[in-house]
Ligand binder design. Structure first.
Ligand SMILES: Nc1ncnc2c1ncn2[C@@H]1O[C@H](COP(=O)(O)OP(=O)(O)OP(=O)(O)O)[C@@H](O)[C@H]1O
Ligand SMILES: [Mg+2]
Length: 426
């Protein structure tokens, strides 16, 4: 059936967190989140800490939680528990007081949306002590930390009481925690806030979802050693193959016109993605862009990877988004490519949680003398593609987990497979 051009829709979302209604997979992690939501709705406030590598789906999961909670899908059927929610994104280098200032402003917006006028009135009269500026809330950077947490706690308490009267709970999300100026300061401030809320004020219907990249836990621990233990940790690993497949199939069905994929294409897309949803979204997006007969076949996959007149291509897009040109210079020669490949495999090997590989072992896997690796390793370290363990001699790993995935991605396409179009330099 012919479709109008205005009906065209590419549902893949390579540049933004998944739309909650499209969110796929992550069944186990979502269950953990749901348990925390139910506990909160039943009077045991339970906060979450979502952690994982860059682009693994943390914000998508937090948005899915927000959606499920605010759509009233948390309770048992027939007895739904409704949440109201507010979001803060900590963004690059944001000082602690700005994060809390934003949260206060979001609480005001939340009260406005819910038409809780008494709460808005309370906020207007009571948060003055720590605010300056006419455009909403800005906490004075000099403001005393204890005053700030007490004010926040009091504001949340107001909302919580109003919400409780309507049988509602509150979800407060702080995303990109690791990006803020001082995560350790956040940890102690948050801990004081949480104690204040749950112990002093006996608030029962509020939960936080804190979101940050792997490593954020160490930063939080530096501010408050036991904070992490008080949060329910949700770690996002790479997605299992069946969830990747589910994700791909669901998005294809949502395309307009709907697309079918040849089995070869579906399994190749899932293999290339390696459980990393960002890659799958890029590949899916590219495939739908280049397809013109509603059937995704091998030729479409090649076009999607390399690009066409009207579409940039997955490889150039990923390269431009995440990697430096140095990387392409290095992988043009065989030896650095082999070394990177060994380190890339180690980076995703769960039995090597930190991805370190001994130089002797690299040499064995590459098939050369250990001594001959030096110039290559040095050059790779100069480019920032490889790092050396500062605590142990002769241990190396790839510069980042994502770089490891990308090296494997390129390797799996293989210059031998599509030489001219994908790797004109060869
Ligand atoms: N469960 C999912 N279903 C569908 N798409 C997903 C899912 N998880 C992640 N994605 C996709 O993967 C990409 C990265 O997702 P997201 O932005 O949520 O990751 P992130 O971990 O928050 O990244 P960052 O570390 O950069 O903040 C996006 O393109 C998003 O659409
Ligand atoms: Mg994110």
């Amino acid at each position: 059936m012919a479709h109008q051009t205005e009906d065209k829709h590419n549902p893949f979302e390579p540049d933004r967190p998944a739309t909650p209604a499209y969110f796929a997979g992550r069944t186990r992690e979502l269950q953990t989140c749901l348990r925390a939501m139910r506990a909160t709705a039943n009077g045991t406030p339970t906060s979450l800490l979502i952690v994982g590598e860059r682009g693994i789906g943390k914000t998508s999961l937090a948005r899915a939680c927000d959606y499920v909670a605010t759509e009233g899908q948390v309770g048992v059927p027939g007895q739904p528990t409704q949440f109201v929610s507010a979001w803060v994104v900590a963004e690059g280098g944001m000082p602690l007081n700005d994060v809390w200032g934003r949260l206060l402003r979001q609480l005001d917006t939340l009260a406005e949306r819910a038409a809780w006028d008494s709460v808005r009135q309370w906020l207007r009269t009571n948060i003055r002590g720590v605010t300056v500026g006419s455009l909403g809330v800005t906490i004075d950077p000099q403001a005393n930390g204890a005053t700030v947490t007490e004010t926040l706690a009091a504001a949340i308490h107001q909302l919580s009481a109003r919400a409780l009267a309507e049988d509602k709970s509150i979800m407060l999300i702080v995303d990109e925690l690791d990006m803020m100026e001082d995560c350790a300061a956040f940890a102690s401030s948050f801990r004081a806030l949480w104690q204040h809320l749950t112990v002093s004020l006996s608030v029962t219907n509020v939960m936080f979802i804190l979101v940050g990249r792997l490593g954020v836990e160490d930063q939080l621990a530096a501010g408050h050693p036991s904070l992490a233990r008080e949060l329910t940790r949700v770690h996002l690993p790479l997605m299992p193959p069946e969830e990747m497949r589910e994700l791909f199939d669901e998005y294809l069905q949502r395309a307009a016109p709907p697309r079918q994929a040849e089995e070869y294409v579906s399994s190749r897309v899932c293999d290339l993605s390696q459980g990393y949803p960002t890659f799958l979204q890029e590949l899916g997006y590219g495939l739908v862009e280049v397809d013109d007969d509603n059937l995704l076949d091998e030729a479409d996959l090649l076009d999607a990877l390399a690009g066409t007149a009207g579409y940039e291509g997955v490889l150039p897009r990923l390269g431009a988004k995440y990697f430096d040109r140095k990387m392409f210079t290095e992988i043009r020669s065989e030896r650095p490519r082999d070394i990177l490949r060994v380190l890339a495999d180690a980076a995703v090997d769960p039995s090597r949680p930190q991805g370190w590989v001994q130089r002797r072992h690299i040499a064995e896997l590459v098939g050369v003398e250990s001594g001959s690796l030096s110039p290559y390793l040095n050059s790779l370290m100069d480019s920032g593609l490889v790092e050396r363990d500062p605590t142990r001699s002769g241990h190396y790993r790839i510069g980042s987990f994502l770089l490891g995935l990308y090296v494997r991605f390129i390797h799996s396409i293989g210059p031998q497979l599509y030489p001219e179009r994908l790797f004109p330099e060869y």
